[in-house]
Design a protein around this ligand. Structure first.
Ligand code: NAD
Length: 323
């Protein structure tokens, strides 16, 4: 099994810091955070690992509606121009949310309205993807569908469609439903109760994923994937894999950024795009063992440097692969 890397950030290890440096170099060298050449390479790849993008140097730009962006946007109210990189790379997965935005109305009259249209086909597609991800776990994970079916018509269509698809096509999987407000409470009270795959609509997903992101205690721990699924939701996913955090300008350049989120993004890539679930498990195990041994960066109570964590994970992985 070989992975061909068409472009790799220079530097010692794969922490977001070095990848951010590569993007910065692209802007400085070409005037663009994502050249057409880089975009084409990404489009023809099976999967893309993306580092964090953005920083005060590039000024403010339009606010993006992307899930992982929203956390930073809520905090500081602005997003930098390199965010266009994310939008261009995520184009296929952006369609649903941009469709929704077209319906936003605010004519300055003191009355504003948003609607949330969903078609059965969209819900079927995302349900199949959720089921596909649940089946990729060993043992298969439960699927939790979150909605507001007691109030919203879209949620009633959502619940009906999810239930039908799951019962008809994936009867072997456990399906549970929660109202989004009680799920938000549960996420804080007993997050393990929602272990498995969560499938929910755009806005609820945006909010609950930010809530979930603070539970492990550091943004430096959480990987993410933006997946493009085929309508049957069963075939291989193409994806962009990235840590959920930003470029952490307050600590960058000191060698103390936690590389775990990026390492776990590699594991997700192995599992979902490269069909290497066993290898993915080994990466997860290597990361877990290193954290348990106390080799941790400062954000999770340790004193190790980014490179020390990266080296330790690589060494641990080598040992696990020899077993
Ligand atoms: P941030 O995620 O960069 O940082 C928030 C806090 O978490 C900071 O205190 C930072 O030190 C800490 N942190 C983040 N990643 C860490 C890691 N791996 N290890 C240890 N600590 C970590 O969010 P921000 O400060 O709001 O944004 C900084 C820049 O990143 C902005 O320009 C923003 O637009 C950009 N951003 C990019 C993405 C992306 O590329 N997907 C996502 C969010 C923010």
């Amino acid at each position: 099994f070989e992975i061909e890397l068409t472009s790799i950030a220079t530097g010692d290890h794969c922490g977001p810091e070095v990848t951010a440096e590569a993007v910065k170099a692209s802007i400085d060298a070409t005037g663009s955070p994502l050249t057409d050449e880089a975009l084409n390479a990404a489009k023809s790849a099976d999967a893309v690992i993306l580092g964090a993008i953005g920083g005060p140097k590039w000024g403010t730009g339009a606010v993006s509606s992307g899930t992982r962006h929203s956390q930073a946007a809520k905090r500081d109210g602005h997003i930098r121009k390199p965010s266009t990189v994310l939008l261009r790379l995520r184009e296929p997965s952006r369609l649903i949310s941009s469709d929704k935005l077209k319906y936003a109305k605010d004519d300055g009259s003191g009355f504003a309205m948003d609607t949330e249209p969903y078609s059965r086909m969209e819900i079927e597609r995302v349900t199949r993807l959720a089921a596909h991800l649940a089946l990729a776990e060993n043992p298969p994970a439960p699927v939790w569908s979150l909605d507001k079916a007691n109030v919203m018509a879209t949620s009633r269509l959502w619940r009906k469609t999810v239930t039908e698809v799951m019962e008809k096509e994936f009867p072997q999987l456990k399906l549970g439903h929660h109202l989004i407000d009680s799920a938000a409470m549960l996420m804080v009270k007993n997050p393990r109760a929602l272990n498995g795959i969560i499938v929910t609509s755009n806005l609820f997903g945006d909010i609950i994923s930010d809530e979930a992101s603070v539970i492990p205690g550091s943004l430096g721990l959480l990987p993410s994937a933006s997946l493009t699924a085929s309508p049957d939701g069963k075939s291989k996913c193409n994806g962009i894999y990235e840590p959920i955090h930003g470029s952490a300008p307050d600590i960058s350049g000191k060698g103390i950024v936690n590389p775990v989120a990026t390492l776990l993004s590699v594991s997700m890539m192995l599992k979902y795009s490269l069909q290497q679930p066993e290898l993915a498990k080994k990466v997860d195990e290597a990361v877990r063992n290193v954290i348990e041994k106390g080799i941790r960066t400062a954000d999770i109570g340790g004193s190790a440097k980014t490179a020390e964590v990266g080296d330790a994970v690589a060494k641990e992985l080598e040992t696990l692969l020899k077993k």
